[in-house]
Structures are given as C-alpha cells and as structure tokens.
Write a protein that binds this ligand. Structure first.
Ligand code: PDD
Length: 285
C-alpha cells in the first residue's frame, strides 16, 4: 500500500480523500506534472517545477507550495514508497468551495495538492524501445491552450482508446493538416541528420523531455528544425519517435499502417534514448 501526500499530510492511499466539491473533480480546474524517478532520484525536477508555476499562473491559480517543499515531498514519497524507477504524479486544483459554481471561489479558498508515486521497475530498460510503437493519426479536438498542463485529459484518453481499437499503441493528433503531438507525448521525425518537431506555441505542451532531448541532439551535432510537419512527411521520414517523462525517447515504427523508414527502430532514436537516460541519471537530484 502506497503512502501518498494530500494537503500537507502523508497518508495511506485509502485514507486520502478529496471533497466532491473539488473543482478538479467538477470542472477539471486543476493542473498536474509527472516527474520520473530513476535510481530513486528525480529527473528534471527544476523543469517540472517551472512548468507547474507557469501552468498555475496562466490559470490565475495560486501556488500553494514552495519549490523547496515540493522537492522535499517528491523525495520523501520516493523514499517511503521505495521507488527505484517510476513516476511521481502531482496535481494542484483551485480547491473545494462549498458548492458548484462556474465563477472562481475566493482567492483564500485552500487549494488541493495531491502527490502519489507509481512504481515502474525496469522503466529505463523498457523492451518496447527495442521494437518501437505504432501510431494512428486522429483529429486534434482538444482545447486551444495545450501549453497549460491541465487535468482535462478526456480527449487524449479517447485517443488512446482509438489507437488501441486500431491495434496500435498511441495516436498523433493533427490540426490544420499538421501534427501537433501525441496524446501524452511530443512527436518527432528524422530525415538524414535532421530532427523535426513541432515548434512551441499554445498548440502543444512544452515537454520537459523535449527540451532536454533537443539540447542533447544539438550537442551531438544533429540538426534540429522546430516546425510543423504532416503525416505524409512523417510516413516518408527515416525515423520517428516520441518523448515524455514516462517514455523518455520511444521509437515510432509505423504511422497509419505505413512503415517509417525500414519499419524497425533507427539509430538516431536509439542514440538519443541512450544519451537522454545517461545524462538524466547523472543530473538527477
Ligand atoms: N504527459 N504532450 C502531452 C500532451 C503530454 O501529456 C506530455 C506528458 C508531453 C511530454 O511532456 P514531458 O516531456 O514534460 O513529460 C507532451 C505525461 C507524461 C502524462 O500525462 O502522463
């Protein structure tokens, strides 16, 4: 049984309870982060803390916890739950007023803050990375502020189910003819020595793994183009891959039934995955 964190307390998971009036529950009025644990340490904690602060401020929500305290809670949860490899999920909502109301509650309404661990032994050695994943394309029907990491994940969840129904692993979302991102990851293609991924804007989440991987790619003398690309361009690419805190760098070998490149995992995605895991381990806190 896990120990989780709720509003300042460490509790057994079944004792952690949130109000039915919580705006996260009623309105999806909340933001979240997922931070990876490797060797019991946190990957890119600073990046997640900075993005969290930005998500909160974009929604005019307060930040109920300091960065130092947040780090301490992450470390304590990893420690008490004996997480060697896995994730820590964090969610902050606008809190629980006494009733349902579209208008925001008064600023002094206590916010809800929840953290829990997900134990994933073997995350870094995931055998799927050796064979790659298959994706389908679907229309991007999410709201227009995907740069804010909100808990309104219904459409991404439907997208994963559409992929599953098609015998695939994930879906890449397409808007105005161009790929935005995967349901819970950023999307990339590789042509020659060039890596192409959607430019930052309100259309995609600014992935913490994305920032790290692009930095490592540039350091390894690869070219990086941050621009939109189509499904047709992706199908004609040499390689494709996704990145996220929970998948690191994961090769994509098929898009809408068409093999990408040779149809097997390519050298650039493989190399970036190795560099990402090595460097992240070294910098973990
Ligand atoms: N998802 N794009 C979307 C829509 C995401 O939900 C995520 C992360 C990413 C990658 O961001 P990062 O590299 O910071 O993890 C991109 C998390 C892992 C999740 O929802 O579980």
């Amino acid at each position: 049984m896990r120990t989780v964190y709720l509003n300042g307390e460490y509790l057994p998971e079944h004792e952690a309870k949130v109000s039915i009036f919580d705006r996260g529950f009623l309105m999806a009025d909340g933001v979240y982060e997922v931070t990876t644990v490797l060797d019991g340490k946190l990957i890119d904690f600073d990046g997640h803390a900075v993005r969290l602060a930005r998500s909160l401020s974009e929604l005019d929500m307060g930040n109920p916890i300091s960065k130092d305290d947040l780090l301490e809670v992450h470390r304590e949860l990893a420690r008490v739950n004996e997480i060697d490899q896995g994730m820590i999920y964090l969610q902050i909502t606008r809190g629980a007023p006494n009733d349902r109301d579209f208008a925001f509650p008064p600023k002094d309404t206590p916010q809800t803050i929840v953290l829990f661990t997900q134990n994933k032994p073997g995350l870094a050695e995931n055998p799927v990375a050796k064979k790659g994943i298959k994706v389908i394309s679907i229309e991007d029907q999410r709201w227009a502020r995907r740069d804010i990491k909100t808990v309104q994940l219904l459409y991404p969840s439907l997208g994963k189910m559409m992929a599953k129904a098609a015998g695939c692993d994930d879906a890449w979302m397409v808007e105005d003819g161009a790929v935005t991102e995967g349901t819970s990851n950023n999307a990339y293609i590789v042509k020659g020595n060039t890596i192409v991924t959607r430019n930052l804007g309100n259309e995609i989440l600014h992935g913490i793994t994305r920032a790290a991987v692009l930095r490592f790619a540039r350091e390894a003398q690869m070219n990086v183009e941050e621009r939109a690309f189509t499904i047709a361009e992706a199908q004609a690419a040499d390689e494709a891959f996704i990145t996220s805190a929970s998948t690191f760098v994961m090769p994509v070998v098929e898009i809408d039934g068409a093999a990408v490149g040779t149809g097997s995992v390519g050298p650039i995605a493989t190399r970036l995955r190795e560099i990402y895991i090595d460097e992240s381990r070294k910098a973990a806190v």
